[in-house]
Design a protein around this ligand. Structure first.
Ligand code: DX5
Ligand code: ZN
Length: 219
């Protein structure tokens, strides 16, 4: 029985039928809800903010994995805890005092994640890996759903897996962007634990079935 997780990204859901799409995920084999918060400053797009997350949390029955693509995330750590985030991921590139930010996320009762842009080297996490619950390797440049997967991600996963093993850390590896049924197996074989999938799930004819297929592929 595999413990690999599938996390549908709500960014690709139909916002006019949000409750329907959340319930679809609740009743599917998906493990987590992946929630993308974008501020139009850290990334060149604005997604949705606190009131929408509050509405999602009202219906969601699974782990809420919040991916913050915002500058100065420290300002909102308690807010996201209050809104029901279970995992809170900040960007390495947005945190001057990453170690302090991670402690603050944990003190607020959440798991602490760090996302890396495609250009950011895994080695930069060497001194902080034991404090990180989840590393989100961006396999596209953050800001938009529906982009194509960057192949270099595979070597980053292997490098990160080696670092986690070397340091005896319990960090999970999440892959975000361009995940589909063609690359899912290779991603988990390389060391990924959580696969985020947005457009591949929600643009498919039968999202519940698509999630089930992904889950089967990674098992
Ligand atoms: C991109 C977001 C992703 C996005 C993935 O900035 O962080 O979570 O929703 O979407 P797909 O799976 O369509 O690449
Ligand atoms: Zn994301």
């Amino acid at each position: 029985m595999s413990t690999k997780k599938i996390a549908p990204s709500i960014l690709a859901a139909d916002f006019a039928n949000l409750q329907r799409d959340i319930e679809m995920v609740n009743h599917s084999e998906a493990d987590w809800f992946h929630i993308d918060i974008m501020d139009g400053v850290f990334v060149p797009n604005i997604s949705f903010g606190m009131p929408v997350l509050k509405a999602i949390n009202k219906h969601a029955t699974k782990t809420i994995d919040v991916h913050l693509m915002i500058v100065d995330p420290d300002r909102y750590i308690q807010t996201f805890a209050d809104l029901g985030a279970n995992v809170l991921t900040v960007h390495y590139e947005a945190c001057t005092h990453l170690h302090r930010t991670l402690q603050a996320i944990k003190a607020a009762g959440m798991k602490a994640g760090v996302a890396l842009n495609p250009h950011t080297n895994i080695n930069l996490l060497e001194d902080v890996i034991n404090d990180i619950d989840l590393v989100c390797i961006m396999s596209v440049n953050p800001g938009f759903g529906g982009q194509s997967f960057i192949e270099h991600t595979f070597s980053k996963i292997k490098k990160l897996k080696a670092l986690i093993t070397e340091k005896g850390a319990a960090t999970e590896i999440e892959i975000d962007g361009g995940v589909n049924d063609k690359n899912a197996k290779a991603l988990v074989d390389a060391g990924a634990d959580v696969l985020v999938a947005g457009s591949f799930v929600f643009r498919s004819e039968n999202p519940t079935q698509t999630i089930q297929n992904l889950k089967k592929i990674v098992s």
